[in-house]
Design a protein around this ligand. Sequence first.
Ligand SMILES: Nc1nc2c(ncn2[C@@H]2O[C@H](COP(=O)(O)OP(=O)(O)O)[C@@H](O)[C@H]2O)c(=O)[nH]1
Ligand SMILES: [Mg+2]
Length: 721
Amino acid sequence: MKIYLGRDIRNIAVVGHAHSGKTTLIAAMLQAAKMTTTQGRVEDGSAVTAYDEEEVARRTTMSNAAAYVEWDGVKINLVDTPGFHMFLYETRAAMLPVEAALVVVNAQTGVEAVTDRAWKYAAEVNMPRVLVINQVDHSKADSRVGRQHMIELMQEKWGRQVVPVQLPIVDQNGFHGVVDLVTMKAFLYEPNGSGRGEVGKIPEAMVADAKAAHEALVELVAEGKDELMEEFFANGTIPEAHLIAALHEAIREDNIFPVLYASGLRNVGTDHLLDFFKVYAPAPTEREAVAAQGRMLVAAAVHGNDSNGEGVIEEQEEIVMRPVDDKEPLAIYVYKTMTDPFTGRVSFFKVISGVMKSDSAVMNYTRQESESMPHLYIMQGRKPVEVAELHAGDLGAAVKLRVTLTRDTLGDKAHELFIEPVSMPEPAMTYAIEPKTRADEDKLAPALHKLVEDDPMVRFYRDAQTNDFLVAGAGQPHIEALVSKLKRRYHTNVILHEPKVPYRETVRAKAEAQGRHKKQTGGHGQFGDCKLRIEPLPRGSGVVFANEIFGGAIPRQFVPAVEKGVRESAARGYLAGYPVVDIKVTVFDGSYHDVDSSEMAFKMAAHIGFRKCMEQAKPGLLEPVMKIEIEAPDEFAGALMSDLTGRRGRVQGMESSGVGTVIRAEVPMSEILTYGTALTSITQGRGSFRMEMGHYDLVPQPIAEKILAAAKKPIHDEEEE
Ligand SMILES: Nc1nc2c(ncn2[C@@H]2O[C@H](COP(=O)(O)OP(=O)(O)O)[C@@H](O)[C@H]2O)c(=O)[nH]1
Ligand SMILES: [Mg+2]
């Protein structure tokens, strides 16, 4: 394997709505560059970037994957991303290791919701964007949206910087070529699927259109650049070399978002995409220095000396700007880990700076442990290909690392820094899973542990009260895939239970009550007495305890026992055993007995006082309300809205792109536990959603009554006096 320098590398994230054909397009590019012998297909699991058994079974990408193409002296690293709403956090994370996004737009359906969202993620980090209208071969391509109209829609959405740099050649033989509007050459493809085009003449019928489109492009490129403008006005055009250089710069600076055309399935135009990346996409070394959090040790001479008179070492944090350069100290960032049944754990990383050589000893800054990497690889899907070194800006992988997890930064021991990871949403849904047999129970925790390490969105833990295994993730399909992976890969069978709704209890009024615990058993008695006040606090306040005892009505040493009693009672719940939250409990009076008072007695008194307070303070049930975002083709918007209303949902906003609609709403968690199934049936499988925890809200009384009746928690207490 040839060694590539940063300037000869391109890192591209391939993003866009599910089924726009991203995975197929990558397979086609690999085929066009002869990296594969036959073109991989998503249908039979042979597409290079769709190897995960769950993704193959579901025919959809759920996490990022990497591939590379050696093309005419450059290496193009491609990161395949999911196109489903629920997995958008992965798509967002893919922006970190790349310098450009290839935004794939389906020629049949136009710009769909996830494409637009991915666009926004790219825009947030000023990522250069190249657009490809894909599936142009499809019989329905153009018929729904229309080619010119598609460009107009995209310009409306993303600005007039969206400009074609190609025209597709479509005639009675279907889509079989593209016209390059920079060089004004046509590339014609054989229908054999090899992906290689030949230079030909622009079809007669297209000459006028091509000329007009060329001029529109040239004009936009020249805009705001005086020398180019002058050249343009003097000669009516710009020399090709100047145009190429200016277009490269305009793309790098987000002044132009070029539009190309392709068919992944028929492999038309994909070699030209590779050419385009080579010439126009920025190399990693062209990007600005990467901002990272650094840590410096400074001898704090000014701040004084320690007893030995030596300078005190002080730690300071600073923002480090690290240029993407071989001469800088080594730093790598892990953007993904996966556990492959053949290779074991694979850590995918980007070389931020310096040169990574095999056998380097590196420091994992995040975990503060050393890590050795005897071998370096680049990943072709799941297949590691060994390399000797990787230069600043390249993407690579290491296997079987000891401590390293996703989002860690590693590198040269002496130059510690931390790359800020892309933020992750909290898991939206928690399911209880139950091992089927005793043997499954033993295997479950270690297996889950491995899965959790690969996917930062998954959490698993044991419920302290019920001892259930709980697994949290992005949503139903995510958890289902996990369960199925447990079975396939770790031979662990579990039953997936409906998620439990983490209800809470609270109070709606202020109340005061006395708790008295008095018992005479034989000689020694027990005596505790406290007066408590309970009052509501704003959502999210938890339990606040205050002590307003004056004059020793309760001796100071017993106050912590009162607090303990209050907190225990609150955790145990009053209505149905759900924790009581958002309350302030104040102990303001009480009495004691010299001999019979004890911590135990005061704790009991607090339990009693707490329950009495609750009784009068208008207790209520709180439920989690989720923020949900649903996207589906426009025609389902009405049905989705009325379904949401039936689920006590409150619609917060709705946006339509002309082909797809995004609805944002707040819906109580209990009403959308199995929303995935409902959405599939309402939208005939064409909708997707994601959600996250929103806030807690009071459950309306009639519904609360039903929930409480169903919970039927036994009233456990030592209410006695
Ligand atoms: N006609 C046509 N179908 C395509 C093309 N690219 C992908 N498909 C089909 O669209 C479906 C989704 O493709 P896939 O690559 O998995 O899309 P992704 O979700 O964006 O990765 C598959 O059934 C593909 O065979 C194309 O260029 N033309
Ligand atoms: Mg895919």
